[in-house]
Design a protein around this ligand. Structure first.
Ligand SMILES: [Zn+2]
Ligand SMILES: [Zn+2]
Length: 270
């Protein structure tokens, strides 16, 4: 089984907050020796900030990907989506996704009880750290276990990314909500899905999202499949931290890095 440089969490100008064109992304990745990328443009149905609830123009995405595949035959380009889950719109989201010929579905959660954890300090106002972090962990476990048709679970620990807490208190760790994490991880394993290792956490929390304590528990419970993503929105962060994260997960006993072609999974050695 071979190894491969892949990045499975990427945003371009087709996402409301993307700051790189697909062309810039492809050229940057080729310079870094990356063999495969997967676009995961945002959908955020019902997000309270209407500037976030602007889905990509899918026809334009597919068209641009077709052109980029011709221009950069040495790079495998997959088309995915980062699903911003919202319990209030879940049925509509599932229906919309079924109409799209996507390679990969990355299940994400930014809203906790209707508030994006991005909104610091509002999200944290009136809560202790314990409450703020627990509520996120419980909402995340509930989100994942309500879904069946996805491929990988995005950035567990997102609550820490914009948190008001610093230092050792910053990352969301396994001990913050062992029951919620066990429920989530066991569900992922039982349904043969993947856990994303998101490297955007390094800058804010000093660790990946999820924190290594949660990744360790996933492996301990028998979890084997990972996707790795930089969650980059601009050329400065493309593929950033992925080799470092792979080294860490490999050292913990993690086994496989997944790639997806029209939802069909291919496994590589980490
Ligand atoms: Zn984004
Ligand atoms: Zn996200």
């Amino acid at each position: 089984m071979e190894q491969r440089r892949m990045d499975y969490h990427l945003h371009t100008l087709h996402s409301f907050d993307g700051r790189q064109s697909l062309d810039e992304l492809c050229r940057t990745m080729l310079e870094k020796g990356v063999g495969e990328i997967c676009l995961t443009e945002h959908i955020e149905p019902g997000h309270p900030d209407s500037t976030c609830d602007v889905p990509p123009l899918w026809d334009a995405v597919f068209q641009e990907v077709r052109e980029a595949r011709q221009r950069y035959p040495q790079l495998t380009i997959r088309t995915g989506v980062e699903i911003g889950d919202n319990p209030l719109c879940r049925d509509a989201i599932m229906k919309e996704l079924d109409s799209l010929p996507l390679d990969f579905r990355l299940l994400s959660l930014h809203l906790v009880n209707g508030v994006d954890c991005y909104c610091a300090p509002e999200y944290f106002d009136g809560k202790t750290r314990k409450q703020a972090y627990r509520e996120y962990a419980e909402a995340k476990a509930s989100s994942v276990t309500q879904w069946m048709d996805f491929d990988s679970v995005a950035h567990i620990g997102y609550v820490a990314k914009f948190s008001v807490y610093q230092g050792k208190e910053r990352p969301l760790v396994y001990e913050d909500a062992p029951d919620a994490f066990d429920t989530l991880l066991k569900y992922v394993i039982a349904n043969d899905k993947c856990i994303e290792v998101n490297t955007s956490g390094y800058a804010s929390t000093g660790d990946t999202l999820p924190h290594r304590s949660i990744l360790r528990r996933y492996i301990e419970l028998g979890g084997e499949n990972f996707t790795f993503g930089s969650d980059s929105h601009d050329t400065a962060r493309d593929y950033d931290g992925i080799e470092r994260a792979k080294d860490m997960v490999r050292a913990m006993g993690g086994k496989y890095q997944a790639s997806f072609d029209k939802r069909k999974r291919l496994l590589y050695r980490i």
